[in-house]
Write a protein that binds this ligand. Structure first.
Ligand SMILES: O=P(O)(O)OC[C@H]1O[C@](O)(CO)[C@@H](O)[C@@H]1O
Length: 611
């Protein structure tokens, strides 16, 4: 069995970090750094499989012992693979991922193809073939890249109008019609998925303690959740700017949120249109509604920006600007990172994608646990969950083969999670790799103090991060660390751009379309079918209720009359749900024992509204 320490001391050094390139990396010792791997990759060339077999042969205990024995080798690996983007002050450490040099060399052709695909994407190729769409989120932070002058102008004009509108709202130049405050004080954002997660993450990360407008979110069709948000606004509804965000303009949850908010406005005697803003594609249902009803403002979303990468469009920028966040700095951070991840060597996004591939065998066999050690970055893991899982979780590859790809993402924050699930990460089932997000600056300058001699509160947070990283590593659990100097619009823009690019590159190396979401569409279609069935059930019950005498129906009879005997279980669930909500329907018997139920409506509707 090869000794890790021996290999390190006798091997020529890996190429220095600042020069390392997927192109130029020399293939060296096969097992120069190995963690035990238990599952064999299914779709890799033989050479790589062999490299992994060597890794699997090293027992867990041996590998742990050897790694701990040779801190020099580890330090050397750290330095060899250390990446920094100087201007952004962003570092990436992948030394605690156990990829081999053979693996790096093996991945080289895939990455070169991925870089080429990315270049074509940025030039405006149809990178989302299923939907026949260009993929242009990179143009949003560097409009010069847009493939057509009209798009460049559109991006620039939209940004200018976002900033101008926000300034006018914040300064009180644009006022709510009937607020005693005389200016807008609250934002109620209505949207879901990519039309909520980005704005939520940015608000949590960057909003000042006392923003000019405070933001709240309706991001679901949960009536109680909606009521809660509206109740919390109370009389401030009169000074609330309602920003309705939907790329498609037809997402049911968002439509429902809008209808509920409009009802609340009506009940409060307020004119919704004068406080409503729409962010959507031109001529969508939402756009047409906003135009016809004369809403306060409308901002465009573009066909060529996906929901999960829309954070640097009006979707993310308008809510951010309204909270006093410097959106131009966010765009600058993203643009700088885009430059750094456009290169074909020393590319931090490619390094991330390579590590993901290594750690999860290129098939998602391990989960990515994201641990930001900073409260304000709490929502980064949730944001990444959509970005990564909606992009990579695909049934088919680009050639139509069934692949069931994906990479599971979850996480919360450190050191909070230290006192929750990190026990399992350290000692339990080995089905993950970790990503630590480290922020060097603990709090603004001048505010720090030592709560015991030589030690601050932030030192504890730092210690917890480093301790967890070491403890995981000592038990053979891989981790990546991303370090930023502080949480600013620039650094937040940069980490978003880093992960957007990593996802795009990873999708290329596993040959899938990162930019569509057919699975979500399937769920939406099925939900619409349930609601259509509910209407048929009501219509059948209405007919039976209008008989004299009323004819209560069993579940079988309802299913039969709906011509849907195969849907009897769903019909039972529909009735149980409606009955629990005191709806027009009356269910005799016990809902807990389906066979006993007989159902009719509280009143006959002669026109059968449900038909
Ligand atoms: O912005 P829209 O069109 O309302 O869509 C919201 C979300 O729904 C999805 O289309 C699918 O859930 C996401 O991709 C998207 O972010």
């Amino acid at each position: 069995m090869a000794s890790l320490s021996g290999l390190y001391s006798s091997s020529p050094s890996l190429k220095p970090a600042k020069n390392h390139s997927f192109k130029a990396l020399p293939a060296q010792s096969r097992d120069s750094f190995s963690f035990p791997h238990t599952s064999k990759p299914t779709n890799l060339p033989l050479t790589l499989s062999s490299a992994r077999s060597v890794a699997r042969d090293i027992s867990h205990a041996d590998s742990k012992k050897e790694l701990l024995k040779d801190p020099d080798a580890l330090w050397k690996r750290y330095l060899d693979w250390f990446y920094q983007q100087k201007e952004l002050g962003l570092y990436l450490d992948i030394s605690r991922v156990g990829f081999t040099d053979e693996f790096v060399a093996e991945m080289e052709p895939r990455f070169q193809a991925a870089f080429k695909a990315m270049e074509d994407l940025e030039k405006g190729s149809i990178a989302n073939p299923d939907e026949g769409r260009m993929v242009g989120h990179y143009w949003l932070r560097n409009s010069k890249l847009a493939p057509k002058p009209t798009l460049k102008t559109l991006i620039e004009n939209t940004l200018d109008s976002i900033c101008a509108f926000s300034d006018d709202i914040i300064s009180g130049k644009i006022k709510p019609p009937s607020s005693p405050e005389g200016r807008f004080t609250q934002i109620l954002s209505v949207g879901i998925g990519g039309s909520a997660l980005g704005p939520q993450f940015v608000a949590e990360a960057l909003a000042p303690d006392n923003p000019p407008l405070k933001i709240r979110f309706i991001d679901n069709t949960d009536p109680a959740g909606i009521d809660h948000q509206i109740a919390q606004l109370g009389p401030e509804l009169a000074s609330t700017l309602v920003v309705v965000i939907s790329k498609s303009g037809g997402t049911p949850e968002t439509r429902n949120g809008l209808l509920e908010v409009q009802k609340a406005f009506r009940e409060a005697g307020l004119n919704f249109a004068k406080q409503g803003v729409a962010i959507t594609q031109e001529n969508s249902l939402l756009d047409n509604t906003a135009r016809i009803e004369g809403w306060l403002a409308r901002f465009p979303m573009y066909d060529w920006v996906g929901g999960r990468t829309s954070i640097m469009s009006a979707v993310g920028l308008l809510p951010a600007a309204l909270q006093g966040i410097n959106v131009r700095e966010m765009l600058t951070g993203a643009a700088l990172m885009d430059e750094a991840t456009r290169t074909t060597s020393n590319n931090p996004a490619a390094l991330l994608a390579m590590c993901w591939y290594w750690a999860s065998n290129g098939v998602g066999s391990k989960d990515m646990v994201v641990l930001p050690y900073k409260d304000s970055l709490l929502l980064f893991s949730r944001y990444l969950q959509q970005l990564v899982m909606e992009s990579l979780g695909k049934e088919f590859d680009l050639d139509g083969n069934t692949v069931n790809q994906g990479l599971t993402v979850y996480g919360n924050k450190g050191s909070t999670d230290q006192h929750a699930y990190i026990q399992q990460l350290r000692d339990g089932v080995h089905n993950f790799f970790a990503t630590f997000i480290e922020v060097l600056r603990d709090r603004p300058p001048g505010h720090d103090w030592e709560l015991e001699p030589g030690v601050t509160c932030g030192d504890y947070l730092f210690g917890m991060l480093q301790g967890t990283r070491s403890a995981l590593y000592a038990n053979g659990r891989e981790s990546i660390s991303v370090t930023i100097q502080e949480v600013t619009p620039t650094s937040v823009g940069a980490i978003i751009a880093l992960y957007e690019r990593a996802v795009g590159l990873y999708a290329s190396i596993v040959n899938i379309n990162a930019y569509h979401q057919p699975g979500v569409e399937a769920g939406k279609k099925a939900a619409a079918e349930v609601l259509a069935l509910q209407k048929r059930v009501l219509s059948v019950l209405n007919e039976a209720t209008c008989k004299d005498p009323v004819e209560p129906l069993t579940l079988e009879e309802i299913a039969d009359r709906c011509h849907a005997p195969e849907e009897i279980e769903m019909i039972y669930k529909i009735i149980a749900h409606m009955s629990a909500n005191d709806r027009v329907l009356i269910a005799e018997g016990n809902c807990g024992s389906p066979r006993s139920i007989k159902v009719y409506l509280g009143e006959c509707n002669v026109d059968d509204l449900y038909a």
